[in-house]
Design a protein around this ligand. Structure first.
Ligand code: ATP
Ligand code: MG
Length: 256
């Protein structure tokens, strides 16, 4: 049971990274994927149409509960229990992975409450899987949503811009400040970095730099055409990059 979360600026490649990680881990592990981005790209990138599958987002279930739109037999229960009961309507069960999506942001009035409930549901659910992979929205505000208080690895996907370096430093600070516990905070250079520039990352951020995701024309075509990244060829450059990064982590662990 291990949890991994992506972070980084808009369009840096967070969702592609999580999708490719799922492709890498799926053959040997059970996976729970959590789409924490209100734009809900992750499902699409791995070929799942939640609407068509009639799977609800967590937000929409919370809104239903707020409006009292729950099955008659649940109406007398406290809200946290109603959410527990309704949760199964949010879980998509795929081949080799399950997935749920948080959906749109909650209104200020109900902000804390659902987060607390999720924070208790996610760890209990995660226990049943080898890996929980969380795809984050751009920016840092999601960290404040703090839907999970403990993760093993944070992967910051960095693009070649000063803003991106500032962003990753702030992400580290915020995580510390609001008390998100993690074991590793890794940096990965996105496909727009040149090979040489990648080396700067460790110097500039103080984070452990794992390597670069190579530019991948087929990935671009797949996302443009709405095809699942899980079906990318094994030798596609971006997938090979993710594989190398994960093998590097495994190798380092063996050496310790
Ligand atoms: N290795 C790559 N090679 C070529 N293009 C890539 C690569 N990785 C990502 N892209 C392109 O960059 C775009 C953004 O990628 P992605 O959606 O993964 O980023 P993101 O950080 O999740 O974005 P957002 O902040 O909007 O959630 C995609 O349309 C994809 O085509
Ligand atoms: Mg994304």
């Amino acid at each position: 049971m291990k949890s991994i979360v992506s972070t980084g600026r808009g369009g840096s490649g967070k969702t592609s990274f999580i999708a490719l990680l799922a492709k890498y881990l799926r053959p040997k592990n059970s996976l729970l994927l959590i789409d924490a981005d209100p734009d809900e790209n992750l499902a699409e990138m791995i070929g799942v149409n939640l609407e068509k599958e009639k799977i609800k987002t967590i937000s929409s279930v919370l809104f239903d509960i707020q409006k009292g739109e729950v099955p008659e037999e649940l109406k007398s229960l406290p809200r946290p229990n109603q959410i527990e009961y309704m949760f199964h309507t949010c879980l998509y069960e795929g081949t080799g992975f399950d997935l749920f999506s948080l959906g749109t942001k909650w209104t200020v009035g109900c902000y804390c409450h659902p987060n607390n409930i999720l924070r208790s549901i996610i760890p209990r659910l995660s226990i049943n899987y080898d890996y929980t992979l969380i795809d984050s929205p751009a920016g840092l505000e999601h960290l404040n949503r703090k839907v999970t208080s403990e993760v093993n690895d944070i992967f910051a996907i960095i693009d070649p811009s000063k803003k991106s370096f500032d962003n990753v430093k702030r992400a580290g600070r915020i995580a510390e400040e609001i008390g998100i516990k993690y074991n590793n905070f890794y940096a990965v250079a996105n496909y727009r970095f040149s090979q040489e520039m990648g080396g700067l990352i460790e110097k500039k951020t103080g984070l452990r730099y794992l390597g670069k995701i190579n530019y991948d024309k087929s990935l671009e075509e797949y996302t443009f055409n709405g095809k699942s990244l899980l079906d990318l060829p094994e030798d596609s450059p971006a997938f090979v990059s993710v594989k190398k990064i994960m093998e590097k982590i495994d190798q380092e662990k063996k050496e310790i």
